[in-house]
Design a protein around this ligand. Sequence first.
Ligand code: G6P
Length: 459
Amino acid sequence: MKRLVIVSNRVPVPKEGLRPGGLAVVLKDLLARKGGMWFGWNGTCHPDAAHLPPEIQQAEGVEYATIGLTPAEHRNYYTGFSNSTLWPLMHSLPEHIHFERRELATYWSVNERFCENLLPLLRAEDVIWIHDYHLLPLPALLRRHGVRQPIGFFLHTPFPAPDMLATAPDGGTFLRDLMKADLLGFQTADDTANFIFAATRKAGAIAEDDSTLTFEGRRVHVGTFPVEIDPQTFAQTAVTAAGSADLRRLSGSLAGRKLIFGVDRMDPTKGLDHRLAGYERLLETYPRRERQVTFLQIAAESRTDVPSYQVLRNKLEHQIGKLNAHKGQADWTPLRFLTRGSPRPTVAGYMRLADIGYITPLRDGMNLVAKEFIAAQDPENPGVLILSRLAGAAKQLEAALLVNPLDHDGMADALERALAMSPEERRERWQACWNSIANRTALGWGLSFLNILENAKRR
Ligand code: G6P
């Protein structure tokens, strides 16, 4: 039987307590069901890391093979080129892009180290599935070392328009390296179209149809595979968590006020500063909402060495203080802002308790939180989802209140509309959103990609 080998930068090694980011959530759900090996970075940083072999551990039917990074690799590959250059570039936020050539050099060398450490662990019958922007050169490196197994690549972020890609140093090389895979997957049809456009215009690929390219005499398949969650499992988690002591405490502290809820990593792509401004605008435009609402935002600290994240943190701290000082009252704090991550079940419980899910990224590959919010609701009395139209999830969750994440008045109006919405309209909108995710799973998402990958290779 074929073994699935997943390769990603971040591997949530077993027993990691806090809620991981989107990629880790979905791959964990997938591997828990399908089994296989997960190769990547264990999240540690050590001066000798480059000389140590991968650490192997087994948990719940999954083999984890992980390596550490040296401090210089962490600085230049992870904090540097991956998250200061590629991440904002992929999200089309040029004002956040910072580029240093030495960081690019380390990005290549860490990809080579991933390749060297992975090669001895591979078996002839493996199917290799590489994930995300940290590992763009890896398909080509593996092929250069003679790997003949099927290779798939999935990008969890958006794929930018070709003009944006022109700001990437070596953009053409990345396109050519990716096309050494057999199947390339993207979150939305727009991302796939952007890739095909870039590959044909900038890297010499020929498009045979809208899912097949020819490049250097080989066929490369391209497709759209929106990432899914396990909605039934998440719903159950939310129901269970809603009865916990944590949730009873939160509920008691609200004293009957409506709860607006958001949860993200603290990341410039998440639009948190604009989101707070939209909430502040609600309180200014609809002052009767004062004391009727509480906004709980979890913004788990993330990538704290990246300068633009530090700037964001300072900006938010100022904004939060100002909002609570100007709008708060002796017995009412309008905004509760937490930078510590929370366990996934607790978050599921918060979502179930919330009257409004307020999720407004400037741009997002998918945004699984939006799907989780829908799954967590009580069908009889569901909350309302306010979602950025620039999140990949908005393509599926069309019945949410879709907003422009830069339009503070628009977000204030959407909050007001959600607060005033009739139970019938809430149920109708929720049902339409639920129908679009209910029959899908992380496993189904993974299998649909892997089926096409295996067929692509055979052809
Ligand atoms: C996003 C990226 C993932 C990443 C996650 C958490 O979901 O697409 O590749 O793992 O954020 O970020 P971190 O830098 O902590 O791994």
